[in-house]
Design a protein around this ligand. Structure first.
Ligand SMILES: Cc1cc2nc3c(=O)[nH]c(=O)nc-3n(C[C@H](O)[C@H](O)[C@H](O)COP(=O)(O)OP(=O)(O)OC[C@H]3O[C@@H](n4cnc5c(N)ncnc54)[C@H](O)[C@@H]3O)c2cc1C
Length: 393
């Protein structure tokens, strides 16, 4: 393999390009926007910066936030003091950091849009606004709105969440998360350098309704959206069947980040999975252990071992978490009450925030640590029948 093209220069594409170029491959990254303020909270979890310390150790502006308030209108608020802060970036700054690293590693970066990508079994022909480029292999990193339908995941509308919000020129020192049962999603307020990212995500709810609920929340909290920039985007949120058949690779290509649907279906965290999938994809491409034709299978297996099984389990949990009821109250409301009453439950929530508690071991941790009828009821209700299924590679 001589030349690899990375289609898309968001976190997944930029990181894949960095790793491929550093590994000695001729790498070209194509994106017409490059560093841009993508609609996003910009929250980077401990799990992400623990594995990739450069996310913390750099001089790019960012906020490190520990104080978090979780609320729901009928039960009020619970406070969580995170042991490991959430690191919050503007996406322009984060993208620029990653693209500069790719460039320094030797990747060629072209500001152009890929209109079509066709494969003849040996070589890719990429038609861009600037002309035609031929490559041996492609990394699809074109995000959730991937226009190249022959590459990447193939989801149905139920496998996505709508996310919209405002960049508000205001400040606060804590994170807000608000649940609005039975909304399959939540509202967030993330303090960033110089502004707040305030947004709502939800599954199966029309955009005007989501926007009205967000604005009602902002009105109530005294957050004005006058003069604030509005944004809307989609967020992959694959249902359990979609994880089983998810198209993350094919002849001559591997998909990374949102283009592969690789987002936590409970929290909407995608930045870690963008970087992790880019890391794994570049290792597979650079590896001499398989021929080019075998790389898609190897990548699927690596993803499965690394995090897909966990996210697939999370997809089942998301339904119970957002839509379930427990003793006549919604599960998020019960969670807030439990956080106020149980230190152990608060620790568990902190670890879920930090990404250090995965879904595969959640049930055993709950059963090991938390006693009492109510908690056991939670465990059994949330996780019954949720034994990880074998997902065909
Ligand atoms: C509202 C919202 C809030 C979020 N908040 C968080 C959060 O707080 N924390 C978190 O971890 N995750 C969050 N996410 C998820 C996170 O934004 C994504 O998972 C992450 O951006 C995925 O990175 P990516 O590189 O795969 O895709 P993207 O960042 O979307 O990048 C894709 C790139 O591909 C380019 N592209 C597309 N098509 C072409 C083409 N044909 N030719 C050339 N270039 C192309 C685009 O211009 C873009 O730059 C949020 C998502 C949304 C929508």
């Amino acid at each position: 393999m001589k030349r690899v093209a990375v289609l898309g220069g968001g976190p997944a594409g930029a990181f894949a390009a960095e790793r491929l170029a550093a590994g000695g491959l001729e790498t070209v990254l194509l994106d017409s926007r490059l560093a841009w303020e993508k609609p996003c909270g910009g929250g980077v979890t401990y799990k992400a910066y623990d594995r990739y310390p450069f996310l913390l150790e750099n001089d790019v502006p960012k906020r490190l936030v520990t104080e978090t308030l979780l609320s729901s209108p009928r039960v009020g608020t619970a406070r969580l003091s995170l042991r490991q802060p959430l690191v919050i970036y503007s996406r322009y700054d984060l993208n620029r950091l990653l693209l500069e690293r790719a460039e320094r590693a030797g990747a060629r970066i072209e500001r152009t849009w890929v209109q079509q990508a066709t494969y003849d079994g040996q070589r890719w022909r990429l038609e861009t606004r600037g002309g035609v480029l031929e490559t041996d292999f492609c990394i699809a990193a074109t995000g959730a709105r991937n226009p190249l339908r022959n590459l990447g995941t193939q989801w149905t509308p139920s496998d996505t969440m709508l996310a919209l919000g405002y960049f508000v020129p205001a400040q606060q020192s804590h994170i807000d998360i608000c649940f609005l049962p039975p909304l399959e999603g939540y509202i967030w307020v993330f303090p960033r350098c110089g502004h707040l990212s305030v947004g709502i995500c939800g599954k199966g709810v029309p955009a005007p309704l989501l926007r009205a609920r967000l604005e009602a929340f902002m009105r109530e909290r005294g957050i004005s959206w006058r003069g604030a920039e509005f944004y809307a985007h989609v967020l992959p949120s694959l249902e359990t069947p979609a994880w089983r058949n998810n198209r993350v690779a094919g002849h001559g290509w591997l998909a990374v980040g949102d283009a592969g649907g690789l987002v936590d279906p409970v929290t909407g965290e995608g930045l870690y999975y963008a970087l992790r999938s880019a890391d794994l994809a570049s290792q597979v491409v650079l590896s001499n252990a398989q021929a080019t034709a075998d790389k898609p299978r190897a990548y699927r297996a690596w993803l499965m071992r690394d995090f897909i099984l966990d996210l697939a389990l999370g997809a089942g949990l998301a339904k119970r978490l957002f839509l379930g009821k427990l003793l006549f109250q919604s599960v998020p409301e019960r969670m807030i009450q439990l956080m106020r009453r149980s230190e152990r439950f608060s620790f568990l929530m902190q670890d879920l925030f930090a990404g250090t508690q995965n879904y595969l071991t959640l049930k055993s941790r709950l059963l090991r640590n938390l006693h009492g009828t109510l908690l056991e009821t939670v465990v059994n209700f949330l996780l019954r029948r949720m034994v990880p299924e074998e997902i065909p590679l």
